[in-house]
Design a protein around this ligand. Structure first.
Ligand code: MN
Ligand code: MN
Length: 454
């Protein structure tokens, strides 16, 4: 067995681990979507003295700056004593998580019940998302330019919604099916109402539309320009009889995003500029104007460089080339219930510290940027200098499956990038599990990286 973080913690450390985990648990519970995560991140940044990029005229060492992209993607900086052209130490993670999204025309009535049609987002085992309480979180953007925030199902007295599953008594045929088809995408429709309004042609749907109009001032057509995410309802919970873990929705990758952001908030007085970038759309390929492939990040760097007097295209390239990054995303925690998919020497374990993956990918590392050995050696040194417990790992046995991250996108900008992250059980299920010791150790690792990588 690998040595765990727990073994080195004294009484004082344990208090720090538990306090930090509790702050994360509460943050995660109210930040289930990329939009809510950005909103709550901005609150933390402002509290720590960060200013919006638009408010800044000149950029000096020690300045704390953030930039928001379309309410779904955010980056923040602590400016170093050296100019930005000498490069940054960057922490990156994604803040979108697998879920179901309402379709554009979602509401319909069938056989006396009102339902909302969904299209799932990211890779999910669909059978895990039925017969459980769900919340609706998102925005409805109206033609008059106003935006209505929706959050139904998370407050203690809210109703919840959900997707039904077939009763076991009548499941003889369903139980014969393969797991991939036992619940199909078009069956992921939410039951949302059952009271008829006799005045209406479609009475149950009509009742729901009246209710939406009264409570939220939404018309049926307004769903056309809405983004409403269907996410597991309720708070993340302490997990295990010893409360050593947290079970909750969206650890992938909000556990890495939160710890990276908190590390930046702790950072002052650095030689090289520190940066944290949190992106949307990783679970569907990182494309689009709020994903890592967006020009947003480079544009913000160009603006900061310009404010330091560097405005040539080569200056931007130099700043990026001289940068280095920990691209953090969750790793697959070894699970004694499913040992066959792991190769034990190169697996990640709950409680054994921050994970470093030299490479990701599938079928012969396809899709990976593969960190350079020289850079991995430098990261190892910083971690050892700060007594950070880390483990190296890959996503399961060779050819068992695989997956990618945002690492290659920044590596393509010619900076050094290493995949890092926190081990998680039940990845992409409605309730994922992480170790509190790993959360705290990752946070410490990120602080060390921001301060001492050069
Ligand atoms: Mn992820
Ligand atoms: Mn994922």
């Amino acid at each position: 067995m690998k040595k765990t973080v727990w073994e080195k913690l004294d009484e004082k450390d344990l208090v720090s681990v538990n306090d930090f985990a509790e702050e994360y648990r509460l943050f995660l519970s109210k930040s289930k979507t990329e939009r809510t995560f950005v909103n709550h991140s901005v609150a933390l940044l402002k509290e720590a003295g960060f200013k919006a990029l638009e408010e800044i005229n000149e950029v000096k060492p020690g300045d704390k700056i953030y930039a928001i992209n379309r309410n779904k993607n955010i980056c923040a900086f602590v400016m170093g004593k050296k100019d930005l052209i000498h490069g940054m130490n960057i922490l990156g993670a994604h803040i979108d998580s697998p879920r179901m999204d309402l379709k554009q025309v979602p509401l319909y009535e069938k056989d006396g019940l009102a339902l909302l049609d969904t299209h799932y987002y990211g890779g999910i085992k669909k059978y895990q998302w039925v017969a459980r309480p769900m919340a609706l979180v998102g925005v409805v953007c109206k033609k008059d330019g106003t935006t209505i925030e929706i959050n139904i199902g998370d407050k203690p007295n809210d109703p919840v919604v959900g997707v039904s599953d077939l009763l076991i008594h009548l499941s003889a045929k369903q139980m014969e099916k393969k797991a991939s088809t036992v619940v199909e995408g078009e069956q992921l429709d939410l039951l949302v109402g059952s009271i008829p309004n006799k005045e209406e042609k479609e009475p149950v749907k009509g009742y729901i539309l009246d209710l939406l109009k009264r409570q939220y001032d939404i018309e049926e057509e307004d769903f056309l320009s809405a983004e409403i995410e269907v996410v597991p309802a309720g708070e993340a919970r302490n997990y295990g009889l010893d409360s050593s873990m947290i079970m909750g929705y969206g650890h992938d990758d909000k556990v890495c995003a939160y710890t990276s952001l908190r590390a930046l908030l702790e950072t002052n007085d650095v030689e090289r500029t520190s940066c944290c970038i949190l992106v949307d759309k990783e679970e569907v390929g990182s494309q689009g104007n709020t994903g890592m492939q967006s020009r947003f990040f480079e544009d913000v760097i160009a603006i900061l460089l310009d404010k330091q007097g560097y405005s040539k295209y080569v200056d931007l390239n130099q700043a990026l080339t001289n940068s280095c990054m920990l691209s953090s995303d969750v790793s697959a925690a070894y699970d004694p219930n499913f040992p066959d998919v792991m190769e034990k020497n190169n697996a990640s374990y709950l409680g054994c510290g921050i994970c470093f993956n030299k490479y990701t990918g599938s079928r012969g590392k396809s899709g990976t940027s593969d960190a350079n050995a020289e850079f991995v050696a430098k990261v190892r040194k910083v971690m050892d200098d700060h007594d950070i417990t880390f483990q190296t790992c890959e996503l399961g046995k060779v050819d068992a499956g695989g997956g990618g991250t945002i690492a290659y996108i920044l590596a393509n900008l010619n900076m050094e990038v290493l995949d890092a992250g926190i081990a998680v059980q039940n990845m992409h299920a409605p309730c994922e599990v992480v170790s509190k010791a790993d959360i705290y150790e990752a946070y410490r690792a990120y602080i060390a990286f921001l301060r001492d990588m050069n």
